[in-house]
Write a protein that binds this ligand. Sequence first.
Ligand SMILES: [Zn+2]
Length: 75
Amino acid sequence: MPIYEYACDKCDHRAEMLRPMAEADKPVACESCGEPMHRLQSVFAAGGGASLNIRGDQSPPPGPGGCGPGCGCMP
Ligand SMILES: [Zn+2]
C-alpha cells in the first residue's frame, strides 16, 4: 500500500497515511483542527528525501526458498 502525505491548509499540520490507491483522494480530516487536508505528492513518486529507495540493492523478499545454509530451518 502506498504512503500518502497530507497537509492542512489552515494550520499546516501534516500527516502520512497508508491507504489503498483507490482511497488516495478521499478527504482526510486534520488531526489538529478538523479541517480537510489536501494530498501532497506521494513519497514514492517524489523520490527525494525519503530513505526508501536510495540504496540500489534490494534484499530478496522473504518467503519459500529465502533461507540459505546456516539458517537452521533446513535439515
Ligand atoms: Zn489543521
